[in-house]
Design a protein around this ligand. Structure first.
Ligand code: SF4
Length: 377
C-alpha cells in the first residue's frame, strides 16, 4: 500500500528541517492507506487508541474472524492456567478456567502460546512441575528475563502558526536517521516520532487545556476560541530509545499474590541503564534543536521517562538451547510441539515499533506449524 499521507504538521516540520541533520520519513503502519483486504482506508478520525471505528487499523480480530470462518473454535472468557507435559517432553494439554471458575482441558498436537511478553512467561513459569521445577520451556533459565520496551523521552511546545493536531493517526512521520551510528558505543539509538496527537500524551490535552482555561474563568465563545487558537498550535515529539537486554529486567512469579484462578501474579523488575538514560538526555538536546528550527515557544521536556507499551523480550529467540527459549521458527528448544508467538521472542529491540516484525515472525511460525502438522498427519 502507499504511505499514509503526511499531515499538515508533518509538512511544517519537514520544511523547517530542510538542510539540517534530521530526515523526516513516512512511518510504516499496520493500517490501511487505501481500501485493502475488505477493510477501508484510514479516514483520519484520530481514535486509533483505544480502537479504530472503521477497521482501517489492523487488530487481532481480523485473523480471529478468519480463523472462526475456517472452523476454529474460540473459548471466550476462558484463561489458560497451565501447560501439561507428557513423558516424551512434548506438551500434552492446556488447562483453562472459565470466568465462572469451572475448568477445562484442551489436548492438541501443537500448542501456540501468544499472550505477549508478560503473560506468556507467567504461564510458562506457572506451569512448573516436579519434572520441570523451573517451568515449561525454561531449561535455559531465560524465561521471563530481558524484558524490554522503548523508553520514551517526551517533549512538547507551542508553535507560532497553527499545525492542526488532534486529527489523523497518532503519528504518520518520524525522524529515522538516528537509529544507528558510532554513537551507539556510548548511548542507545533512537527514533523521533512526530505526534499528531498534540499534547494528549504528556498532559492529557485538549481536555486538560479546557480545564486550564475554565480555571482562568473562560466560558462560552471566549472558551471556544481560546481552545481553538491554543490547541491548533500544540506540537509533541517522542524519542523512542533502544533498550539493551538485561537479564535482571524480568518477569517472575509473585510469591504471595494470586489471581482468581490461583495462578501467581507476575512480579516485574525493570530499570534503565546509563546507556539508555544517556540517550534520553541526548533526545532532549535533539528535541530542543528541532523546536528551535520551528521557532516554537513554551518548550517542555518530561522529567521522567514514559513507557511505549512495547512489551518485548522474556522468551528470547536464539540458535542455542542453553541461552535462548525459542528457535528461529519460534519453536521452544525444549518442547518440539510448543510455539511462543509475539514480542517476547525479540532478543534485542532496535528502536521501531514492533508490530510489523511480530507479524512477520508469526507468519514464519505459522508456516512451520503447518509443515509440522502435515508431516505428522
Ligand atoms: S485515524 Fe486511526 S482510528 Fe481513525 S480511521 Fe485512521 S486508523 Fe482508524
Amino acid at each position: 500500500m502507499p504511505p499514509i499521507p503526511p499531515t499538515w504538521l508533518d509538512k511544517v516540520v519537514t520544511r523547517a528541517l530542510e538542510g539540517s541533520r534530521f530526515e523526516v520519513r513516512s512511518t510504516p503502519q499496520a493500517r490501511n492507506s487505501v481500501f485493502h483486504d475488505q477493510r477501508p482506508a484510514c479516514c483520519g478520525s484520530a481514535s486509533c487508541i483505544p480502537i479504530c471505528p472503521v477497521g482501517a487499523k489492523y487488530d487481532a480480530n481480523v485473523h480471529l474472524n478468519r480463523a472462526v470462518t475456517a472452523g476454529a473454535t474460540v473459548l471466550p472468557r476462558a484463561t489458560a492456567v497451565k501447560l501439561e507435559l507428557s513423558p516424551d517432553g512434548k506438551i500434552a494439554a492446556v488447562h483453562f478456567r472459565r470466568w465462572d471458575l469451572t475448568e477445562g482441558i484442551v489436548k492438541a498436537k501443537v500448542f501456540v502460546v501468544a499472550c505477549n511478553a508478560i503473560e506468556t512467561p507467567r504461564l510458562l513459569l506457572a506451569s512448573r512441575s516436579a519434572a520441570l521445577p523451573q517451568g515449561v520451556a525454561n531449561r535455559s533459565d531465560q524465561v521471563g528475563r530481558n524484558l524490554m520496551d522503548h523508553p520514551v523521552q517526551l517533549s512538547w511546545a507551542l508553535t507560532n502558526e497553527p499545525v492542526y493536531p488532534y486529527r489523523g493517526p497518532l503519528s504518520t512521520s518520524g525522524i529515522e536517521n538516528l537509529r544507528d551510528g558510532e554513537f551507539r558505543k556510548e548511548r542507545s539509538a533512537l527514533r523521533i516520532e512526530i505526534g499528531n496527537d498534540g499534547w494528549s500524551w504528556p498532559v492529557g490535552a485538549p481536555v486538560s487545556t479546557a480545564a486550564d482555561f475554565a480555571a482562568q474563568g473562560l466560558r462560552g465563545k471566549a472558551m471556544a476560541s481560546a481552545l481553538a487558537e491554543n490547541t491548533s498550535r500544540h506540537i509533541r515529539l517522542a524519542s523512542l530509545t533502544e533498550q539493551e537486554p538485561d537479564p535482571e529486567n524480568r518477569v517472575s512469579l509473585d510469591a504471595d499474590e494470586h489471581d482468581m484462578y490461583g495462578v501467581p501474579l507476575p512480579r516485574i523488575q525493570y530499570r534503565l541503564s546509563d546507556y539508555v538514560t544517556d540517550a534520553m538526555a541526548w533526545a532532549r538536546e535533539l528535541h530542543t534543536a528541532i523546536f528551535t528550527r520551528l521557532q516554537v515557544t513554551q518548550i517542555q521536556h518530561a522529567p521522567e521517562f514514559f513507557g511505549a507499551g512495547h512489551i518485548l523480550g522474556t522468551t528470547r529467540m536464539g540458535a542455542s538451547a542453553e541461552s535462548s527459549v525459542v528457535d528461529p521458527q519460534l519453536r521452544s528448544h525444549d518442547h518440539p510441539n510448543l510455539f511462543l508467538v509475539g514480542g517476547g521472542v525479540f532478543p534485542t529491540v532496535g528502536t521501531a515499533n514492533p508490530t510489523l516484525t511480530i507479524a512477520a515472525l508469526s507468519l514464519r511460525a505459522a508456516a512451520e506449524v503447518q509443515r509440522q502438522l502435515r508431516d505428522e498427519a
